[in-house]
Design a protein around this ligand. Sequence first.
Ligand code: HEC
Length: 164
Amino acid sequence: MRGFGVVKMTAAALLCAGVVGGCGGKEDSAAAGSADDAMAEELWGELQGYESWGRFDNQSATPVLSDDHSGNYVVSYYDEALLGWALSGEAPDGGISVKEVYSAPDDTSPVALTVMKKVAGYDPEGGDWFWAWYAMDGTVQAAGAVSSCSGCHSAASTDFVFGE
Ligand code: HEC
């Protein structure tokens, strides 16, 4: 399986450069890190089937060049709670959004998933969003109150969610 290892490393290098503009690793203390890892594993289970979730009217169902996820192509999905919320005021507790990351617009499978989940009381400074970035086999690349994610998403007009 040597070939597979090489492919995985290439994908990881691509994502480090592309998804968040660098791989700083996990940002929290070891204790918070393991709690975050457990949450990330649970969230991976919760988001299965996300392909049948919806998106807002102005959004594309096929990969479009991201405004800000550094040269990647993306498709976003929102669960029922976030779709019902409709980008007005504070997002409902438990709402989840998944964004597929593609390396080229005509690729048929994503190379990573970036995910945000509203968890009341989790991180008031970051809008109480839990952030996670997964390889497609569910391996967690980053998870928790990831400041690079929340820092950029704080520019969104409604509660850290761009919806575009
Ligand atoms: C430099 C800015 C920036 C950074 C850093 C960033 N994002 Fe995003 N994100 C965006 C933008 C802009 C969108 C809207 C769609 C697009 O153009 O990519 C978005 C969309 C999303 C969405 C779809 C929900 C929405 O806001 O509509 C998710 C989920 C998401 N990002 C997760 C993450 C995670 C997880 C991280 C950290 C690993 C992260 N993002 C880091 C800018 C950023």
